[in-house]
Structure formats: C-alpha cells, structure tokens
Design a binder for this molecule. Sequence first.
Ligand code: ATP
Length: 206
Amino acid sequence: MRSDWGAPIMIGIFGGTFDPVHLGHLAIADDVANAFGLAKVLFVPNARSPLRQTPVASPSQRFEMCRLATSDNVRFSVSRVDIDRDGPSYAIDTIRLLRAENRDCEFAFIAGTDVLDELRSWRDTDALLREALMLVVDRPGVDGVDVDRAASEIGIAGRLVKHRAALMDVSSTDIRHRIRNGLSYRSLLHHRVYDYLRRHRIYKTS
Ligand code: ATP
C-alpha cells in the first residue's frame, strides 16, 4: 500500500502490557504518529510478556481498555493478534502475523527507552529489526540511557530512531499503586478507561 505521493505507508506498532493503558501511552503514540507521518498506530496488548510478571488485568480487560482509550482517535486502533494466541508474546511472531495482513506497509515499533535494556533478550532481534524500524521515545525517570550507544552495542544502529516526545511522567505501575492505596488517578487516564476501572473495580485488591 502506498501514500498519494508514492511512499510506502508506515504503520506504528505499539506493543505493551497496558495494565492499564494511560495518558502517557496515548501522548507518545500521537506525538510519534505526527512526527513520522504514520498512517495509523496499532496498539497491541500482549497476552504475556516473556520478560515481565503476569499482568493484573486479564487480556480481554486490557484489550477493552485500549479500545476505549483509542476510540476517539481515527489514527489509532487495537489489535488482538497477541491476546488471541497462546503463550508468551514474542515481538517477532507478532510482526510476522501483522505482516501477513499488511503486505506492502512499512512497520515501525514504538517503545520507551526502558525497553532498550530488554531488547537484548528479545527473540530474534535481527529478524525483527529487518521487518520494522524501532522508534525509541524518551521516558521520564529513565535517565542516562545513551540510545545510540545501546543501539550500536545491540548491533541495530541503523534501524533505531530516537524521538524526543513531550514527556509525561506516568506509568501503569504507579496507577495500580494509586488505585490500591486510595490515591487520586483520574487525571492519568482517558475518561472512558477511568470509568471502566471504577465499574469493574480492577486493581482494587491484589
Ligand atoms: P508498567 O509500569 O507496568 O511497566 P508501563 O507504564 O511501562 O507499565 P507498558 O504497557 O509496559 O506500560 O508500556 C508499553 C510501552 O510504552 C513501553 O515501550 C514503554 O516504554 C512505553 N511507555 C509507557 N509509559 C510511558 C511514558 N510515560 N513515556 C514514554 N514511554 C512510555
């Protein structure tokens, strides 16, 4: 698929646990989409990250929260590609499945700087970065990451693009902590996600 001026269409793939999806996620997806002219950003909630603890909310609850959070942005959509298959969600499998549905598009992974440390342990990173560019966005609280150095150490220098987005110091971990401890969290979430969490009492206990 090509744009009006003949360049390949680029789709952003924004994978994560999204436990829950928050305004920091929406802000960087929007910022990156504008900066790189992405035709769309696909939020891809994982079933289970190979490198992280089991999420608190179920895959279908995390999918639903992503759906609610992205419903008023025409460039955003949510994919079930990871939650519909068993086992850990390896990015290389995700991208191959998405490739089958979007043959002629360019793909760009969107990730915060904290993900760079994990990238060394991802499965088949070389193949992955042949399939997709990696757009790395600064993350507040993750200081001192020399993205260029990390990229050349991993051997992906040419496939990694740094982007300085407007920073929002928010994380899903902090939101879960706030909910458990009765602290305010409304301003950190899309209003539909806030309503959903209140209705389903997700994160209240555990
Ligand atoms: P947790 O606190 O549970 O680790 P999280 O807030 O990091 O959750 P994830 O679902 O793990 O959320 O993040 C998905 C992607 O979004 C990752 O690439 C992460 O680096 C990025 N990200 C999350 N929050 C921010 C933020 N505030 N600024 C920049 N990137 C972010």
